[in-house]
Design a protein around this ligand. Structure first.
Ligand code: ZN
Length: 149
């Protein structure tokens, strides 16, 4: 059997999509911070070199350790990034929770995993993040668009 002709990978398209998804991820963290009245700032959102293993964008939201920051809320903020991208792709909390096995949070970024580990109530933290993001989805979309400007 002849091998299929090699199809060129559209790296530009992949990089654009990675940047968009990362903007939604950071917007998810941001809107949950806003919901809890926790001041936050986008430290960076920038394209990187995309490879088959590594997405072509990185981002980071920082927030201030004010009185509103409880361990449970840290976990909600921690989940909000992946939950925002799950909602963007039409996934639900169960899917997101199953994918990010709660005993093995390796699929989360180290920062997000540390935040999620602050509570034993990980399922509740994830569903809380989902509820906030669904209710405020317009704000998530506006924030992501703003970050991409
Ligand atoms: Zn994150």
């Amino acid at each position: 059997m002849k091998p299929k002709p090699h199809k060129a990978i559209d790296w530009k398209k992949i990089a654009q999509n990675d940047l968009r998804v990362t903007a939604y991820h950071e917007a998810g963290h941001a809107i949950v911070c806003k919901h809890f009245h926790i001041p936050y700032i986008l430290n960076y959102l920038k394209p990187t070199k995309a490879t088959l293993e590594k997405k072509g964008a990185i981002g980071q939201i920082g927030y201030f350790k004010v009185a509103q920051v409880t361990p449970f809320r840290c976990a909600v903020i921690g989940w909000a990034g992946v939950m925002a991208t799950a909602l963007l792709e039409g996934d639900d909390e169960q899917n997101c929770f199953d994918y990010h096995d709660t005993n093995n949070l390796d699929e989360l970024s180290p920062t997000d995993a540390t935040a999620v580990r602050k509570t034993r109530f990980r399922w509740r933290a994830l569903t809380t993040a989902a509820r906030i993001l669904r209710r405020r989805w317009d704000e998530v979309e506006n924030k992501a668009a703003h970050y991409l400007e």
